[in-house]
Design a protein around this ligand. Structure first.
Ligand code: ADP
Length: 222
């Protein structure tokens, strides 16, 4: 089997930014790897995700329960594993992913009351890894950013790119709960947490990248 490295975090925590820097650096080192980004919005396997995020199944994230929404995202990953990277991974290849099963833990566990979250988290890993047979990550980097910072970064990005927020991104109370459930999931599963805010300010993109790269380099040396 190969190695799977995942970059995870709440919306607007800097995942895409860090993913790009990390893949560029590995590319510059001449490493070969596959690059995945979830969800695959341009693929038919994400149809239910698009309906959900577009508000067709309800206008609030809580209108679709955590188990149903998790299944939508899981089948998109399953299709991608079958079509795109399963063979590469199974023959020893390196795979880097911007979001993964871990995103369900961040976004969907938050819909469960605190006393039901551990049950959901146990179900999620069993469903995707043991039952669907998707690979477990060797390293999950979790970018931890307080919600008031992610809110600013997301609005800035919408302005820069001219994009519109989906039902997750519009709902600040939901995102604040996701931050809490994301931290709880990181502790539950033992993810590698990167504190992106220091002394009340967002750390620089480069500084965060160096910390992430040190973890990745260590894994790749093993
Ligand atoms: P995500 O993929 O987690 O939703 P992005 O990587 O798209 O987040 O980042 C959201 C916005 O914040 C982007 O406009 C990005 O340029 C900016 N950004 C990311 N990391 C930092 C940082 N450390 N400091 C300042 N701005 C950042």
């Amino acid at each position: 089997m190969g190695k799977l490295i995942v970059i995870e975090g709440t919306d607007g925590s800097g995942k895409s930014t860090q993913f790009k820097l990390l893949t560029q650096r590995l590319q510059a080192q001449g490493r070969s790897f596959k690059r995945l980004v979830f969800p695959r919005y341009d693929q038919p396997s994400s149809a239910l995700i698009r309906m959900y995020l577009g508000g067709e199944l309800g206008t609030k994230p809580s209108d679709v329960n955590s188990y149903a929404a998790s299944a939508f995202y899981a089948v998109d990953r399953y299709a991608s594993f079958k079509q795109d990277w399963g063979q590469w991974y199974c023959s020893g290849g390196l795979v880097l992913s911007d979001r993964y099963t871990t995103s369900n833990a961040v976004h969907q566990a938050s819909k469960e009351p605190p006393e039901r979250r551990a049950e959901y988290l146990r179900w999620l890993y069993e469903f995707e890894y043991d039952r669907l047979g998707l690979p477990r990550p060797d390293l999950t980097i979790y970018l931890d950013v307080p919600t008031d910072f992610t809110q600013r970064l997301m609005r800035q990005r919408e302005q820069d790119l001219g994009t519109q927020a989906d039902i997750h991104e519009q709902d600040m109370a939901y995102l604040a709960t996701c931050r809490e459930s994301g931290r709880a999931a990181a502790a539950f599963y033992g993810w590698t947490v990167i504190d992106c805010v220091k002394d009340g300010a967002m750390r620089s993109i480069e500084d965060i990248h160096e910390e992430i790269f040190a973890h990745v380099a260590k894994l790749l040396e093993e």
